[in-house]
Structure formats: C-alpha cells, structure tokens
Design a protein around this ligand. Sequence first.
Ligand SMILES: [Zn+2]
Length: 170
Amino acid sequence: MILRKVPSDVTWECEYMSLVYLVSVPSCDPSTKVGAIVAFPNRSFVSGFNGCPSKVSNWLLDTDDKYSVVRHAEENALDFAGINRCQEQRPDLYVPFHPCPRCLGKLIHFRIKRVIYHTEYRSSVNDDRLFNLILQNTEKEFRPDIIKYDEKTYGKLLFQHRHFGMKRKA
Ligand SMILES: [Zn+2]
C-alpha cells in the first residue's frame, strides 16, 4: 500500500473510499478482501471487513463453501454501527464493489441513505435482476441512492491497493 501526498481539499467521499481499502486489510479471505465504511452525518464512522462469522474457523474461507458462510463487509459494518443509530441517522455506506442483493436488503432495512461503490466488479453472488427488483419494491423515501464513485467529482483515492491474492501472515 502506497500513501500518496494528501491534498488539502480532499473530499469526504475520497477519504471514506480510501479508508474502505485500508480497513479491508485484516480480512482473512485468501482471495477477496473487502472493507466497508458506515459514515454518519456528524462525520464519525464505523468500519467492517468480510470474513467468517466470529468464532468460526477461517479455514472455511479456503473451501467452495465460503460463499454461503462468509459475512460480507457491509453486513459486519452495519452490525458494528447498530440498527438503532443507523435508522435514526441514515448514514452513507462506502464499499469497493457493487453490493449484492442480500446486502441491499440489509442496507435498506438499516435505512442507509447513499451507497457509494468504487468499481463495477460483481462477484458470483451478485444478481442484477434481484437487486433491481428489491430496489423497485422499496418505498421511495427509503430507497438508497446507489452511486458509483467518480474520481472527477470526488478525487483520486489516497491509497493504492491490492486485494486479490493477498494472504495474511500467520
Ligand atoms: Zn453482499
């Protein structure tokens, strides 16, 4: 990870999206490290990363069963942030990849206002049809804005990152 010179006019979106990559580092997933940031209106934030449920051995992440077991970064970040605080304050959520339908349901349930994702990458658990179906059937007021991060608007990320094929040292 290479730290770039931090510009004085860095946007909050740039700061949070850069943090998404930083907080993904502790993930024990051997192939895909994902971070998420729940950013509240008062600028406090909560982070999460993907991995096995607490107290479940990480070796499952090396098997084909991992997709059924692994908790997504969004789920962990939301749980840490707490449903009451989220429903009251309607924070934004930052993630590196387009969220999956399962997480979308939870994001709506927690009343996330904006979902800002960095790249169009979609994993095997993604299903655009289901994603749009859930969104279209959500009350308009509680439908989160799904926004792709735009470097021209928000600025170049502060960190370079490598997610794939990274292994955590034992
Ligand atoms: Zn997900």
